[in-house]
Design a protein around this ligand. Structure first.
Ligand SMILES: CCCCCCCC/C=C\CCCCCCCC(=O)O[C@H]1CC[C@@]2(C)C(=CC[C@H]3[C@@H]4CC[C@H]([C@H](C)CCCC(C)C)[C@@]4(C)CC[C@@H]32)C1
Length: 763
């Protein structure tokens, strides 16, 4: 990268903008324009102090490349800096400018929905009330980006994981899920299953005459059925068997099997996709991911079994892993019920689900059962520790997955979330919609008056905002942890420790690794380590354990080739001895811009996050060697892109078949947006093609080890499907209709009462 050119371009952009806003072209600058001019000058000053530091880094960037053809996110970040950073810093609400134009409106709509939802979160008792009120309040956020930015900041920094759970599950409400269903591919089989957790045997892969017992999930929340969903475009033999029907769970009256009596049964498919959904380990279900799963099922002509694993913070690590592994083994054992011959199975998942694909395979290897035939992981989370990387810096302005939210998901999954201790009344949007609709009109009135108030009076908007902030201060969600709870945390952690160790293996220490060595140094008195040649468990679960003082160290270990270059740059390891005393120093003259919002954010990840079953990027070579071929489909604007590149490099270095595809200009989570634009649909199709490769490939050819990069072209390379109507338009249309109907109903109701009164008086 030509750092000099980048900085020159940045100075020019700032200069141009400053000249423009300083009124060189049109009269006197106003207050807002003056702020922009000042911001441009500040950016220029900061850039001047940063230039030498970045030039130093530029000399070693290439050590982090997967290979020279895949531009690293360093480059992406700097090109963003060059082109758009000034815009983003100033217009926080415009961070969606980073993304491909087609999905910008969707991201903006999601951001508006988020702030409106945050505004009404906990204020209303009925689900429809929250929805209607959010819809009304969204008006003020749509027209006022600055207000939106402020509210977005308040929400992302202060609201806890239960808020994110509620918002991320919003598409599971009946209204939205029916809408999504209507626009998605229609499938013959869509069944929610509840598999009782009982131990069973599977053949030992190396010697099928021996059996391995698969124990049911037990960590944290005890034994309970494992939930999954079977999706199949065609009805296949076995899928309507008595045995499978007995496992069906009801989904609030929804028809889960749409077939007539005469529906033809196709023979079982030789392929099965076992899917683990994303959602930060804390939210979403197979239902939220149905749209793209249904279309994959059609295009791949294969059944898909998607696992609804238990979610954090109620069920932290390793519960989800245990359930997904159990579901994997159950599917192998019961292939005839799924319309699958048992031939090829591909694990597929996005984000948190990508993590589970890898860790389930690691577990299958550790247990000696059959391995999956391949893994397709979309923007997977492979390193769940807190350390900075260029792509992670993107999360500072990622509209879908901001840094504070990542940190919350992490502590929820690691079992260190303080909010889980409290009996929080959860806002389950799904159940709320059924509540008394009498609350609706009250909420509706309140929302409408807030909105009108905010439109008529800007001061009014401020007071609404203030009352929201005050409410959030007193809300149980944002209370700081009570000190008296500390002992309870350690108790809980203690139990987690024993469960995890017992469950994830009782190996002997036969291959000490550096990872283990380092973590033991960190918290020597309470660490529990069981290590053998193919598994490491290092669980240090103490409230006293130090923060991430080894993360930098681990970074170097992940890729030893970079350690020398790294040490030649003077970066102090985070949390080092000197560091813990002094605050972080910045280059001379550099004054970081600070948010006025007080954040309640825990940036210290528990040492459990370094367990390879949680952060597969930290697994020793021996554990990676047993994995099946892995196809990673990452994207440019993903905070976890660097982790994916490093993971792919590690796999390649140990001789594992791996492909890495980086999709341009799309955000983390593009699969969930696949119905919204051509670009996201193409990217989803790339994932599907990788799954097809797993099914059709005989042995991984040498070129598997090479990367592939998807360039966006003007032709439609994956034009297998018709264009869908953009779902957000439909959502908006339907919401408009619902609100208009309600208004009409109310008017009719009032007129009716008036009419009755008149009749009464007349008679
Ligand atoms: C300086 C850098 C320091 C970095 C320190 C980082 C520390 C933490 C490191 C690692 C921790 C990793 C933790 C776990 C990672 C999990 C990743 C992970 O699984 O992330 C997923 C979380 C859910 C989500 C955001 C996502 C994808 C798609 C999103 C969905 C798209 C549409 C959906 C809307 C609700 C639709 C609304 C429609 C409306 C009515 C208009 C939306 C937004 C729901 C949420 C998902 C990614």
């Amino acid at each position: 990268m030509d750092t000099k050119a980048v900085f020159t371009a940045l100075y020019d952009v700032c200069e141009e903008n400053a000249n423009f806003f300083s009124g060189a072209t049109k009269g006197q600058p106003g207050d807002a324009a003056q702020r922009l001019v000042d911001a441009m000058t500040t950016i220029q000053e900061h850039a001047r102090t940063l230039e030498p530091v970045i030039s130093g880094f530029a000399a070693i960037y290439h050590h982090f490349d997967f290979d020279p053809h895949i531009p690293r996110s360093c480059l992406c970040v700097s090109s963003l800096l060059k082109n758009r950073c000034s815009q983003c810093i100033i217009f926080s609400s415009q961070s969606s400018q980073l993304f491909t134009p087609a999905i910008r409106p969707c991201l903006q709509s999601i951001a508006i929905s988020l702030v409106a939802f945050g505004d009404n979160y906990k204020k209303h008792q009925s689900g429809i009330g929250v929805a209607a009120s959010s819809f009304l309040t969204s008006g003020k956020y749509a027209i006022d980006p600055e207000l939106r930015g402020q509210e977005y900041e308040r929400i992302t920094q202060n609201l806890d994981v239960h808020f994110w759970k509620a918002f991320w599950n919003i598409t599971e409400t009946e209204v939205l899920s029916s809408l999504v269903s209507m626009t998605a591919t229609q499938v013959k089989v869509n069944r929610a299953l509840s598999v009782p957790s009982l131990p069973f045997d599977l053949p030992f892969a190396a010697d099928p005459t021996h059996m391995v017992t698969v124990s049911p999930p037990a960590a944290h929340i005890g034994r309970g059925p494992v939930q999954m969903r079977l999706i199949s475009y065609e009805l296949r033999e076995g899928q309507d068997s008595e045995k499978l029907l007995a496992l069906c769970r009801s989904e609030g009256g929804q028809i889960s099997l749409s077939l007539g009596l005469k529906t033809k049964r196709s023979p079982p498919s030789p392929w099965l996709v076992l899917h683990f959904h994303g959602g930060g380990f804390v939210a979403q279900t197979s239902k939220s991911h149905e749209p793209y799963l249904r279309s994959w099922s059609q295009d791949l002509n294969a059944p898909i079994l998607s696992v609804d694993y238990s979610l954090a913070p109620e069920a932290p690590f390793p519960r989800a892993l245990e359930e997904c592994f159990y579901a994997y083994c159950w599917a192998i054992k019961n292939h005839n019920l799924l319309g699958w011959t048992g031939e090829r199975v591909c694990l597929a998942g996005d984000s948190a689900g990508g993590n589970l694909c890898v860790t389930v395979s690691m577990r299958a290897a550790a247990h000696g059962v059959r391995m999956p035939d391949g893994i397709v992981a979309a923007y997977p989370a492979t390193l769940l520790t807190v350390y900075a990387s260029p792509s992670r810096l993107l999360s500072l302005m990622d509209p879908l997955l901001p840094l504070s939210v990542l940190a919350r998901c992490l502590s929820a999954y690691a079992g260190t979330d303080p909010h889980v201790e409290k009996q929080v009344e959860k806002v389950s949007t799904f159940s709320m919609v059924r509540r008394d609709t009498a609350l609706l009109l009250r909420d509706f009135k309140q929302g409408a008056s807030n909105w009108i108030h905010s439109l008529l009076d800007r001061g009014g908007a401020d007071s609404v905002r203030k009352s929201v902030s005050e409410a959030s201060l007193t809300s149980p969600h944002t209370d700081p942890p009570v000190s008296g709870k500390a002992s309870e945390y350690s108790l809980e952690k203690g139990s987690l420790k024993s469960q995890t160790c017992q469950d994830l293996g009782t190996h002997t220490n036969s291959g000490a690794s550096n990872v283990q060595k380092n973590t033991s140094q960190t918290a020597n008195h309470l660490s529990t380590t069981t290590v053998n040649h193919n598994s490491i468990l290092d669980i240090t679960l103490t409230p006293e354990s130090k923060p991430e003082d080894v993360s930098f160290f681990l970074c170097k270990e992940v890729d030893p080739s970079v350690s020398e270059s790294f040490s030649s740059v003077a970066i102090p390891p985070p949390g080092g001895e000197e560091d813990s005393e002094k605050p972080q120093e910045f280059p001379e003259g550099f004054e970081p811009l600070r948010s006025e919002q007080l954040a309640e954010m825990n940036m210290q990840s528990s040492p459990i996050a370094r367990n390879p079953y949680m952060s597969p990027l930290l697994a020793p070579d021996s554990m990676l060697k047993g994995l099946p071929p892995i196809h990673i489909v990452a994207c440019h604007l993903d905070p976890m892109l660097d982790d994916s590149v490093m993971f792919a490099k590690r796999l390649r270095n140990v001789g594992q078949p791996v492909t890495l595809c980086v999709v341009d200009d799309l955000p983390h989570g593009f699969l969930s947006l696949s119905q919204l634009s051509r670009e996201t649909r193409e990217a989803a199709n790339v994932c599907m093609e990788r799954i097809r490769d797993v099914f059709t490939m005989k042995d991984p050819p040498p070129e598997m080890r090479k990367h592939r990069k998807l360039e966006r072209t003007n032709q439609e390379p994956f034009a297998t499907k018709r264009d869908h109507t953009p779902i957000c338009d439909i959502v908006l249309l339907v919401l408009c209709c619902v609100v208009s109907c309600l208004v009409i109903l109310k008017i009719v109701y009032k007129l009716n009462s008036l009419f009755c009164l008149v009749i009464f008086i007349m008679t």
